[in-house]
Write a protein that binds this ligand. Sequence first.
Ligand code: C2E
Ligand code: MG
Ligand code: MG
Ligand code: MG
Length: 274
Amino acid sequence: KRDGRGTFRFFGAEMDLQVQTRNRLAHDLRLALSREELRLVYQPFIDARTGAVTGCEALIRWQHAEKGLISPADFIPLAEATGLIVPMGDWVLDQACQEAVQWPDSRRVAVNISPVQFRDHDLPERILAILLRTGLPPSRLEIEVTESLLVEEVSAALDILRRIRALGVRIALDDFGTGYSSLGYLRIFPFDKLKIDKSFISDIAERSDCQIIVQAVRDIAHGLHMTVTAEGVETADQAALLQEIGCDEFQGFLFSRPRTRPDLRAWDRWQRAA
Ligand code: C2E
Ligand code: MG
Ligand code: MG
Ligand code: MG
C-alpha cells in the first residue's frame, strides 16, 4: 500500500519476520493492560509570565516484561492499527483524571487522544462518565489532538470536538506546524490552545526563521483567542526568547523530564526549577 495503488510485491522472508514480530508485539500489547505494564508519566506546564506550574501532560509508558521500556512512538501506531488504542485510551483518561483530582491548586491534566478514538462517536459520553466517576471538574481536563484528526471525516471529528468542548473540557492542537498543517483548521474549530511543535523550538536560539514562524503563530493564536504553548524547551536561552516573543506556556526538559506521579515534593521541585 505504501508504494501506491495498483502495485504488487512478492512476499519475502524478511517481511514474514516483520509480520511475526509485529503480531507478537500486538499480542503482548493486548495483555499489557491487564498485566499492569502500562503506566503514565507527567511533564509540567509552566506559565511563561508568572513561572507558576499550572498542570501536567500525561504520557503513556509501556514497561514490557522482557523488552524493557518501550516508547509510545513504538507502540501507539500498533495500538491504533489494532484498535487497542480505544480501551487503552479510556484507561489513560481514567488514570489521568484519578491522579489529577488529587493535585493541589486546581492544576490541569492534559491527555493525548488518537484520531482512532474519534471513530467512536460516544467519545464525549465516555469522557463525561470518567469525569463523573473520578470527580475531576471538566475545566481541569484538557485533551490534545493532532492535525491528522482533521484530515479524514472532518465533519464527524468536528462534531465530536464540539460535544467534548460543550462539557467544559479544554481542547489543544498538538504538534502545531508539522504534518498536515492547514490554517483553515483554525477557522473551522476554535481550539483553546496551540502547542508549537518542538522542531521549531529546538532551533529558535540559532535560527531567525524559527523565531519568525513562532512570532507569526503567536499572532494568529492570540488573534483567535487561543493560548500558545512551546513544547520541547530545553535551554534557558530558548525560554528567554520564547518569553520575549510572548508564548503563554512552556513545557520541556529544561523544567523537567516526564516523571511518575507528582507528589508534593515533585510540585515543589518543579516550581523551583521554573
Ligand atoms: P506529544 O504529545 O507531542 O508529547 C511530547 C513528547 O515530547 C513526549 O514524548 C515528551 O517526553 C517529549 N518531550 C518533552 N519535552 C521535551 C524536550 O524538551 N525535548 C525533547 N526532545 N522531547 C521532549 P513521548 O512521551 O515519547 O511521547 C511521544 C508521543 O506519543 C506524544 O507526543 C504523543 O503523540 C504520543 N503519546 C504519548 N502518550 C500518549 C497517550 O496516552 N495516548 C496517545 N494517543 N498518544 C500518546
Ligand atoms: Mg501531547
Ligand atoms: Mg506535541
Ligand atoms: Mg508528538
